[in-house]
Design a protein around this ligand. Structure first.
Ligand SMILES: [Zn+2]
Length: 128
């Protein structure tokens, strides 16, 4: 495993706000100066409880991994599709989606808000 890179004092990034069955979830992805994802922060709209503690742990482990050479796509794959007692479109899956939006934006240069809006429109059409 590659040695963990030091965190710079300051880093740019994206904060994605998503509604889920588990409430509003904010996922922040910060970037290395090279433009690669460096760390993840997760904040539940409703703070406290085991759920937000677990999310904190997942975010810290992901950040540790990203700074040690983990491919962000593998992180997204690992968290995708995990549901909870509130259904399939829930906490961990929303975190995975948010990281995936940032990755798609970094790879295509497409406006990240448009990517999210298009995705939500597609989901709404599927539900209709
Ligand atoms: Zn949940």
């Amino acid at each position: 495993m590659t040695p963990k890179l030091d965190r710079p004092h300051s880093a740019p990034g994206f904060t994605i706000a998503r509604r889920s069955n588990c409430g509003k979830i904010f996922t922040t992805v910060t970037l290395f100066t090279s433009g690669e994802p460096m760390e993840i922060f997760v904040r539940f709209g409703k703070a406290g409880g085991c759920g937000s503690a677990m999310a904190d742990g997942v975010a810290r482990l992901m950040s540790y991994g990203l700074r040690s050479g983990l491919d962000p796509h593998d992180a997204v794959k690992a968290l995708s599709g995990i549901g909870c007692h509130l259904g399939p479109n829930t906490c961990l899956n929303v975190i995975a989606e948010s990281v995936a939006f940032v990755m798609r934006h970094l790879e295509t240069g497409c406006d990240i808000n448009e990517l999210i809006e298009e995705y939500d429109l597609g989901e709404a059409n599927l539900a209709a």
